[in-house]
Design a protein around this ligand. Structure first.
Ligand SMILES: Cc1cc2nc3c(=O)[nH]c(=O)nc-3n(C[C@H](O)[C@H](O)[C@H](O)COP(=O)(O)OP(=O)(O)OC[C@H]3O[C@@H](n4cnc5c(N)ncnc54)[C@H](O)[C@@H]3O)c2cc1C
Length: 293
């Protein structure tokens, strides 16, 4: 691929790129320069080579055997956030959600403050339909751009995203590159106060300084996952250095020396105990990628 501008890194460790800090390497890590570089790479990569994209790794377990094929991580070329007056924000997929909320606050655009509490980047927010405090990405997205496995660029209107709770129905092989959001006119000071409240409430209720992946399981219809986990006696449960958080029992944490297998086995143990105790089958919200060692 003579015209490639991004960096290809063989056998690159992924653990440092995730919140859990576990897992093996990528067979190849690719850091595209920009959207056209990404499209060129995908168009020229033999179709049998698997490709997966990661964001800030805040909703991710990378398994201990690493990830075969190519792992793509978007960097600076996808990192621009711009206000489009009066109430829209355009953001690259590598922009941390918090930066979008801050840009909106500074421009007195209300409705995007919920991004303050989600520690991922915009690509992950689009794929996960990230949300908090009664709002989700679906409520504020106008359209997203993405590149498919063949290197074709698409624009997806909100309805084309087929969003449901923590899920986006766009085929898994699409890598989002940009999003356009819409808020409404607001008061910059009131939005700042709302964001401050979000920060305080997070610090009080979630182990945000730990090595974690946030909510492990989706809330089943009519239930709170943490309540089911608590009722099944799993608060504080430990396998190796993987533990169900004492503070918020839908969070798993790596106390330091956990492997991906410890964390995943702990999650599966929790699912089994909840099923036995309440009959409810928990569904993983955290994405697990790669192969077992
Ligand atoms: C302390 C803590 C608190 C959290 N609180 C919340 C919360 O309140 N609400 C909430 O919704 N989530 C929460 N999360 C989970 C997580 O932050 C979100 O799911 C976030 O949107 C993931 O973004 P990311 O960039 O880290 O993606 P990653 O974890 O790297 O990836 C997650 C998924 O998105 C895909 N993906 C990433 N980038 C792209 C892209 N450019 N194009 C296509 N697919 C892509 C990946 O392939 C993977 O399937 C929390 C996590 C932590 C650690």
């Amino acid at each position: 691929m003579p015209a490639l501008r991004g960096r290809l890194m063989p056998n690159e460790p992924l653990a440092p790129l995730t919140w859990f800090r576990v897992g093996g390497p990528a067979q190849v890590l690719f850091l595209p320069d920009d959207e056209s570089d990404l499209a060129y790479f995908l168009a020229n990569l033999p179709p049998e080579i698997p490709v997966i994209v990661i964001g800030l790794g805040s909703n991710l377990i990378v398994r201990d055997g690493g990830v075969p094929g190519v792992v793509i991580r978007l960097g600076r070329g996808f990192g621009v956030v711009k206000v489009e007056p009066p109430v829209r924000i355009r953001a690259g997929a590598a922009v941390p959600d918090v930066k979008v909320s801050r840009a909106a606050q500074e421009a007195a655009i209300a409705g995007l403050a919920f991004f303050r509490g989600i520690p991922g980047a915009i690509g992950g927010a689009l794929r996960m339909n990230g949300g908090a405090y009664g709002r989700e990405t679906k409520d504020v997205l106008i359209e997203a751009r993405g590149v498919d496995r063949q290197g074709r660029v698409h624009v997806f209107k909100n309805a084309d995203m087929h969003f449901t709770y923590r899920h986006c129905g766009v085929p898994d092989n699409v890598i989002f590159t940009q999003a356009l959001f819409q808020g409404e006119r607001g008061d910059a000071r009131a939005i700042a106060a709302e964001m401050e409240k979000i920060t305080e409430s997070r610090e009080a209720t979630q182990p945000i300084k730990s090595r974690t992946g946030g909510s492990t399981f989706k809330n089943p219809p009519g239930h709170k996952a943490w309540q089911l986990i608590d009722a099944a006696g799993c608060r504080g449960l430990r396998i190796g250095d993987a533990q169900v958080s004492e503070m918020h029992c839908n969070f798993l944490i790596n106390l330091g020396g956990a492997t991906a297998a410890d964390i995943e086995t702990l999650g599966e143990t929790v699912r089994k105990r909840v099923k036995e105790n309440s009959g409810v089958e928990l569904e993983w919200e955290i994405k697990r990628i790669g192969v077992v060692k």
